[in-house]
Design a binder for this molecule. Sequence first.
Ligand SMILES: Nc1ncnc2c1ncn2[C@@H]1O[C@H](COP(=O)(O)OP(=O)(O)O)[C@@H](O)[C@H]1O
Ligand SMILES: [Mg+2]
Length: 270
Amino acid sequence: MSDQSTPYLSLENVSKTFAGYQALADVSLNIRQGEVLCLLGDNGAGKSTLIKVLSGFHQPTSGTVRVEGEEVTLKTPRSAAERGISTVHQFGGTFPLMSLGRSFFVGVEPKKGVGPFKVFDKKLANAVVVEQMQQMGITRVTDGERLVGSLSGGERQVSAIARAVYFGAKVLILDEPTAALGVKEAAHVLRIIMQARQRGIAVVLVTHNVTHAMSVGDHFAVLIHGRKADDFAKGERTREEITDLMAGGEAMAELEAELADLTGTTNDIH
Ligand SMILES: Nc1ncnc2c1ncn2[C@@H]1O[C@H](COP(=O)(O)OP(=O)(O)O)[C@@H](O)[C@H]1O
Ligand SMILES: [Mg+2]
C-alpha cells in the first residue's frame, strides 16, 4: 500500500449541515486506487451523506474535495462522473422496466461525430452487456433484451458494477451492495469488488456487515454521528474491536442524547 502517493479522491475537513443539523463534521478521508475503503457506521451516522458529497449530489457546507490533489467542486453527479466517480445505489439500477442493454448505456452520450452509440445500436448494446455480465460470472444472462426488473438483486448489483467498470470508472462507490442479498449472491458481489480493485479502481464500500467489510477491505473508516471516529488499515483492528467500535458508537450516541437532554433541562431552569 502506497500511503505516500497522492490519493485519487480526498476529503479535507468536510462538513455538511442540513438546516442546522450537522450530518457530517470535519471528515477527512483518502480514497486510493487499487484499494477498497470500507465505510462503516450505524444508521444515521452520515454514510450516505458522505457518498453523496463524493458523488456530486451534495455540496459540502465547508471543507475541500480533491481529485488527484486538485481542489474540485463536484457540482452535479455528472461532474463527478466526468472525473471517473461512479456510484451504484442500493438496488443497483433504477430502471426495472428497461432492457438490460438499454439501461447499460443510459446517459452515455456519444462522442462528437463518431461512435457506435450515436444512434442507439440495440444489437451491439445487448452483445456488450451480455459479454460483460458473462465476464463477471453471470452466466445465466444470455439476452440483453431481458428487463432489469427480472434480474436477481445480486445480478443487478453486478450489472451496475460491470457498467461502471466498462465505462472506465476510477472510483466505484457502492452503497450497501450486499444488504439485500443471500450468502452466495453476496459472496459473488464481493468477488466482483475484488476484481474491480485488481484493475486498479478505488472502491468505496458502504456496509453494516463487519464480515463483508473484513473480507474485502484494505482500509476502514468508522462514522459516528457524522464524525470520523476511527480510520485504520487492514490488520490494525480485530473483528471484535471493529464490532465494539460500531456498537460502542451506538452506546455513545445514546449517552450523548441523554446528556443533551439533561443540559437542555438545566438551561431551561436558568
Ligand atoms: N437531505 C437531508 N435533509 C435533512 N437531513 C438529512 C438529509 N440527508 C440526511 N439527513 C440526516 O443526516 C443524518 C445522516 O444521514 P445519512 O447520511 O443518510 O446516514 P446513514 O447513511 O449513515 O444512515 C441523519 O440524521 C439524516 O436524517
Ligand atoms: Mg445510508
